[in-house]
Design a protein around this ligand. Structure first.
Ligand code: 4AZ
Length: 241
């Protein structure tokens, strides 16, 4: 193996877009996600619902291979979704178990693409671990979203601090930037990766506004959900003879 450089993070980041089949808007960015295989995207369960309704697979499109969500580059790949799998314990409108998988209709082509590693054999990311969040979320609370994905450097916070945040519970981790509280995930970053120690350790889930002093962004803890992810990311279900 080799270490991913920061510029490589965008190579497993995808833009989960709502396509023109949904209402009358054109195709538009909805959430982030991470490729964890050539056919599976890890994202947030709340990205699979809009207006209290579950999205259907033909309302979604995955845009991969580019940090530009609008500009179509020679590396841009658009792939349809075959199956939407929210975590079975997730409840629309609540914050727990906010993790899910999308199975794609075809494989992503390898040019310009990496597949992210998820933590399976280690432990919860320790407090103090340096991480990077990346996505097309708002550049400030209520602000516009950029065409090119933006990164922020964060540090995993202690459970002791995280549990002070309303709604924080098992299966979550939280992070902030120790020297610049304005560095944070924001609306539209949801579903995207929190990357640390060479792995996707978190999935952007929720926060209290964005970039507020003494607050933190909350992420689904990928390590906590690793077994569910492994079971449900398998393209061939284990069948008994
Ligand atoms: C959101 O609305 C959202 N500050 C995601 C993350 C954070 C805030 C809002 C974290 O998707």
């Amino acid at each position: 193996g080799y270490r991913l450089e920061k510029d490589d993070l965008a190579k497993f980041l995808v833009s989960l877009q709502i396509n023109e089949n949904y209402k009358f808007f054109g195709q538009h960015h909805h959430c982030g996600g991470s490729l964890i295989s050539k056919t599976v995207v890890l994202t947030a369960a709340h990205c699979m619902f809009i207006d209290k309704k579950a999205l259907s697979r033909n309302e979604l499109m995955v845009v991969a291979g580019t940090p530009r969500r609008l500009l179509k580059t020679s590396n841009t790949q658009q792939i349809k979704v075959k199956k939407i799998i929210p975590h079975p314990k997730y409840i629309d409108g609540e914050v727990h178990d906010d993790i899910g998988l999308l199975h794609l209709k075809g494989e992503v082509q390898p040019d310009g693409i990496f597949v992210a590693i998820i933590p399976i054999a280690d432990e919860d990311p320790p407090a103090g671990l340096k991480c990077t969040v990346i996505g097309w979320g708002a550049i400030f609370d209520g602000g516009p979203i950029p065409d090119e994905a933006v990164r922020g450097d964060l540090t995993i916070l202690s459970n002791k601090f995280c549990y002070l945040l309303s709604g924080f519970q098992r299966g979550m981790i939280c992070s902030s930037n120790p020297t610049d509280f304005e560095v944070d995930a924001c609306q539209g970053d949801s579903g995207g990766p929190l990357f640390g120690a060479g792995k996707v350790v978190g999935v952007v889930s929720f926060g209290f506004g964005c970039g507020r002093l003494n607050s933190a962004g909350v992420y689904a803890d990928v390590y906590y959900y690793r077994k569910w992810i492994e079971r449900n990311a398998a393209t061939c279900p284990l069948s008994s003879w």
